[in-house]
Design a protein around this ligand. Structure first.
Ligand code: G4P
Ligand code: NA
Ligand code: NA
Length: 194
């Protein structure tokens, strides 16, 4: 997605440890018109897939999930994160280990908002090692719902997230794919339409 790649080049900052800081428009401050364009692009890619619900993870997944949901005319459920492990029987729960933060979080979605009748689109802001996406997939499976695919705003293609998700048989649509972060420069893998 060209407009997103331009935004990343203009306002993103490459941190030395292979991390792209995009607080200017995605992870802290949010650019609403860009977010609307992102939602339209996700909707276009999944328009014919009979999506009934979008699932994301708080907090940075919510904005792109919301704009995609508006376009597709479905509701959004964001999984909640918490550190303590109090199992309750009214929620689906999965463990997500973050390599970046070196901690495990529990993510959960109420059984009330995800059921076996749902055909789900999972959306998240970043794809790195894929742990968050795999956790969301697990919640969908626990609910007995089916998954149409995963929409990612920014994929770090030099990490293993995509290959793990594809190995699980899931369609991955990333709007920007980063081949390399080096010397303060972002190199994109390919230029996709839109
Ligand atoms: P994974 O889920 O793909 O395995 O990734 P990882 O554990 O490494 O990511 C942990 C958090 O760091 C996630 O945010 C993820 O979106 C974010 N992240 C990973 N790599 C980058 C990067 O290069 N740049 C930025 N900006 N974020 C990155 P989170 O903790 O869920 O935070 P939030 O949703 O509250 O923003
Ligand atoms: Na994030
Ligand atoms: Na995230």
């Amino acid at each position: 997605m060209k407009v997103l790649e331009e935004k990343i080049r203009e306002e993103g900052r490459v941190l030395s440890e292979g991390v792209l800081k995009v607080d200017a428009f995605l992870n802290h401050q949010i650019d609403p018109s860009l977010m609307v364009q992102i939602g339209k692009e996700f909707a276009n890619r999944f328009r014919d897939n009979h999506i009934t619900k979008i699932i994301t993870l708080e907090s940075s997944g919510i904005a792109p999930a919301l704009t995609a949901a508006l376009e597709l005319g479905v509701k959004v459920v964001f999984a909640r994160k918490r550190k303590s492990l109090t199992l309750t029987d009214h929620v689906h729960v999965a463990q997500v280990y973050s390599f970046t933060k070196q901690e495990t979080n529990e993510i959960s979605i109420s059984k009330e908002y995800l059921s076996e009748e749902d055909h789900v689109l999972i959306i998240d802001d970043f794809l790195a090692n894929g742990q968050a996406a795999l956790g969301l997939l697990e919640l969908v499976q626990q609910a007995g719902a089916s998954v149409a695919g995963i929409g990612i705003v920014i994929e770090k293609s030099f990490q293993e997230g995509r290959s793990k998700l594809e190995a699980a048989g899931v369609r991955v649509e990333s709007l920007a794919r980063i081949a390399e972060l080096a010397d303060g420069e972002v190199t994109f893998l390919e230029h996709t339409a839109g």
